[in-house]
Design a protein around this ligand. Structure first.
Ligand SMILES: NC(=O)c1ccc[n+]([C@@H]2O[C@H](COP(=O)([O-])OP(=O)(O)OC[C@H]3O[C@@H](n4cnc5c(N)ncnc54)[C@H](OP(=O)(O)O)[C@@H]3O)[C@@H](O)[C@H]2O)c1
Length: 328
């Protein structure tokens, strides 16, 4: 079994969670960390058992021994950091939101194709048991046609102008941070919408802090989506079908629940708690694809990422969400 040398670019909160997932995998070597701050890099490497630490992202990307780099910087920097890694021939798993807009995403994917180097959007949901089971039930057809989807992701975050959630120059706002999940639900289960309408509420920094979205499909199906840093609406998705309803949800610890309520029957509930908060599934997919000589994943193909980024652009356009100076 080939063992892959992993590098972590931007050792923040998410990178720590992801690394706990990496530690579960036998074909992973925790190799190097790169931070803007040498001390932070050294501390993260020592906390998790990485061999090397670098005080810049450039040094990390240039280390010839590294096979794969996981990027966990703010949304605003995913384009720059992914391009840096791809140019240095490193396979990349890039955190969501993949980019600030679809033109950045297009260039990142073009660079991956031009260099023949693997690139994947780090989307958690499609690898999770509750999600996969939902898709299986829908495909089996017993629930009948999916007519309406209603999904939400919200929690209360104290306002802090410097935090990446509210700092517009770091791509702040609920949409790219958490609203992306209801959007992913609609795209996975219903496809790209024909119509998009959205209304946002803005914070004092000009970042959007709550958003309501409606997707319309020409065959009459609809989706209603919501994200917010102001309410405790939780994380969940209802799928209303001809013959019954499905509901899946997750907690902040990433435990998942699926309820299947077919018309006239007692609801059936199933709970799941994957190891490592389920982040290791994405790492497994990256290494499996590279083993197979692929530069993209079939689970999160480049086409899905482009569909997602285009849809996020359409939502932002409808709601008036602009990232200044970023052609969007
Ligand atoms: N998949 C999931 O479930 C999930 C959950 C949470 C977050 N995320 C994603 O993970 C990414 C990071 O989120 P996080 O919560 O880990 O953020 P965070 O704790 O603020 O960490 C972000 C890291 O980015 C680096 N960075 C580089 N340029 C920066 C800048 N100009 N300002 C601030 N930080 C900068 C910093 O590392 P150094 O200074 O050390 O280099 C910092 O530690 C985001 O894309 C987010 O959407 C995903």
């Amino acid at each position: 079994m080939k063992k892959y040398k992993w590098g972590i670019l931007a050792p923040g909160k998410m990178a720590a969670k992801f690394t706990r997932g990496l530690k579960l995998l036998e074909n992973v070597e925790l190799y190097a960390v790169g931070s803007r701050d040498p001390e932070r890099s050294r501390q993260f490497a020592s906390d998790f058992g990485f061999k090397k630490s670098y005080g810049s992202y450039e040094e990390l990307a240039e280390d010839e021994a590294i096979d794969i780099i996981y990027i966990a910087s703010p949304h605003s920097h995913h384009f720059e950091h992914t391009m840096l890694c791809l140019k240095n021939k490193k396979a990349v798993l890039c955190e969501k939101a993949f980019a600030l807009n679809s033109s950045e995403a297009e260039e990142m994917i073009a660079e991956s194709i031009r260099r023949g180097v693997f690139l994947m959007d780090a989307l958690w949901p499609p690898f999770q048991p509750a999600y996969k089971k939902t898709m299986e039930i829908l495909k089996a057809g017993t629930a009948g046609k999916l007519i309406h989807l209603d999904a939400r992701f919200s929690f209360q975050a104290p306002f802090n102008a410097d935090d990446r959630k509210f700092n517009i120059s770091l791509g702040g706002g609920s949409l790219l941070d958490i609203g992306i999940y209801p959007v992913i639900d609609a795209l996975y289960f219903m496809g790209i919408p024909d119509e998009v309408m959205a209304k946002a509420l803005f914070s004092e920094t000009g970042s959007e802090e709550s958003i309501s979205i409606i997707f319309g499909y020409n065959d009459g199906r609809m989706a209603t989506l919501y994200s917010s840093f102001r309410t405790l609406a939780g994380i969940g998705c209802d799928l209303f079908c001809e013959n019954g309803n499905l509901f899946f949800s997750r907690e902040r610890d990433m435990s998942q629940k699926l309820v299947v309520a077919m018309n006239g029957e007692e609801p059936k509930k199933q709970s799941y708690l994957p190891e490592g908060m389920g982040y290791h599934f994405e790492a497994m997919e990256v290494m499996k694809c590279i083993d197979e000589g692929k530069i993209q994943s079939d689970v999160v193909p480049h086409s899905f990422t482009m569909g997602l980024m285009n849809t996020l652009d359409r939502i932002r356009q409808s709601a008036g969400i602009i990232f200044p100076g970023r052609n969007s």
